[in-house]
Design a protein around this ligand. Sequence first.
Ligand code: HEC
Length: 259
Amino acid sequence: MRRIPKIPRLLQAVLVVVFFHAGFVLVFDYLLAQVIPASLLTMYMFFVVVGVFMVFTFTEDSAREMVAPIKALVEDPSKRRTRNVVFAIVPLIAGGFAYNHMLPRFEAPLELRSIHPAPPSSVKIGDKRYNLLTLENPFRETETQDPERFAELVAEGAAIYIANCQYCHGDKLDGKGPYARALNPTPLNFQDIGTIAQLQESFLFWRIATGGPGLPDEGAPWLSSMPVWSDFLSEDEIWKVILFLYDYTGHRPRAWEQG
Ligand code: HEC
């Protein structure tokens, strides 16, 4: 019976590492259809390499066997030619990596911005302080109690919207106003279920009244072009425009949990 030649231990270790690398990429990129982030892959591979190293050098014999090819390469007089080649190639590869790393990059830096950061519990606008945990739209009750008045308020809200907001948020409230293309972050699309449908009216009041500058740091206030509407609109006008946003899109504001 022919014996299968034994794979050298060092090569075994390298193969195991390569196997894990390919495995991670396969599982993430193909099975989960999510490209694995480079930082995560680096972290996983770090643990794999450490683990492989520990297993492959567990006993003194195995450790010796593992480094044997390296030792031979450095010490064995008959391997002179290979040694010279390896010693020339390794610095070249290292140099290539370093060079690549130092090359200037022209991609935009990654910006981590929270679109809906947690609001403060209260906010001061002018000289009035509002408690955002209990704040409600004073006109909301007309929707059930006085539908005619409600329709009037919505129409007033629509007029305020067209005069002030559509330039950015669009006349269909879809975030595609004439200025929108020039802005980054883009004006939010209120039709999308990811925006006002997820939010309470008090959240909208805070966002509209204090605009981009009112955002906490995780919302990157320095990037937002959303104006500070408390400088231009009265409290009532803001509440009316909020009525209009929900009425036009057909979304319901998120309500306070009962109890
Ligand atoms: C100059 C362009 C511009 C105008 C005008 C503007 N907005 Fe905005 N608005 C933005 C941008 C950009 C964002 C997204 C960045 C942010 O959240 O601050 C935004 C965000 C919002 C949000 C937050 C929505 C969410 O899901 O968090 C609300 C609410 C809002 N705008 C309402 C209004 C209303 C109401 C008006 C008119 C009174 C208005 N905006 C006018 C640019 C504008």
